[in-house]
Design a protein around this ligand. Sequence first.
Ligand SMILES: Nc1ncnc2c1ncn2[C@@H]1O[C@H](COP(=O)(O)OP(=O)(O)O)[C@@H](O)[C@H]1O
Ligand SMILES: C[C@@](O)(CCOP(=O)(O)O)CC(=O)O
Ligand SMILES: [Mg+2]
Length: 328
Amino acid sequence: MRQVVVSAPGVVKLFGEHAVVYGKPAIAMAINKRLRVAALPRSDGHVKIIARDLKAMGLIINVAGNGEIAIETEYGMAMNAISYVRTAIEVAKKYLREPRGVELDISSDMPVGAGLGTSAAVAVASIKAYASAFGYHLTNDEVASLAHEVEKTVQGAASPMDSTVSALGGIHIITLQDRSRLSMGPLPLVVGYVDRESTTKDLVNNVKELRARYPALIGSIMDAIGEAVLLARNALESNDLATVAELMNINQGLLESLGVSTGRINSLIYAARRAGALGAKLSGAGGGGIVIALAPEAVKEVKIAMEIAGGHSFPVEKDDEGARVDEG
Ligand SMILES: Nc1ncnc2c1ncn2[C@@H]1O[C@H](COP(=O)(O)OP(=O)(O)O)[C@@H](O)[C@H]1O
Ligand SMILES: C[C@@](O)(CCOP(=O)(O)O)CC(=O)O
Ligand SMILES: [Mg+2]
């Protein structure tokens, strides 16, 4: 029995979120913020999940007459919160054909459910940690496709974007069938974030409903997002940051028209642009959550401006390494 610790990076979506679910390309980058899963095999066959970053949901506290305290959380909410990890273990067990018990202890550098791809990172790290704890070596390609299965199962419709980039690291242009790693210089991004009320699953579903109501119109918006992604690829590869930033602003306008931006997100975006960001957009499913700002000359100013506008903020860089065994 040995403990194994695996980490996987978070993912910022530079271009193309939502439209990627409908077959358009998207560009996403692994960042230097990680989620870690320590896996320890158990001989009793039980799966125990210690999720240190999840907030207790629907807390029920019962204090008896004798002072004894019983604490519960609302069952359905707790099951939802843990659904990615549970499904990751189910998928890994099926793949390894040898169900075994494990204790998973999860901790993360990132806000949960804000657009940094933590659902994919937790699936990637849990699958790799579970397999490694029992002596199986899964390649990061295998982990990527298993984690995509997890995202599809829990989210409903899900692209392979976050699962691929978290497993492999670096920056990739991705479609439903294909991916290619981009080679480019450093990209100085500042993340700002506000709380997100909805999950990615709900936001993807909102866009699906909008598309069903206005198929041609939403189809053209998604075509335009796809076009922006292709232009952005060229700009990134030729290190033309001014064009990258301009395309980020255009992509933001298109996301706004898909109904996934919010007033608070827009406040951060405009604050970042006023403070010197060349481009800023929401990143991920939206509905709150994170904004990314490209500010080569004004990282500090943009960080402060987004904080004054009511967000939390931190700079991020590209991480070329994907999922890795850190210990064990
Ligand atoms: N540290 C964590 N521990 C356990 N589960 C996590 C953790 N981080 C994320 N998750 C899972 O991922 C879900 C958030 O996924 P999602 O709504 O897709 O947002 P995002 O992927 O942008 O962070 C959480 O509700 C939880 O199920
Ligand atoms: C909206 C979407 O394009 C990205 C969602 O990213 P996140 O879960 O918000 O980090 C959905 C997907 O690609 O599966
Ligand atoms: Mg997610």
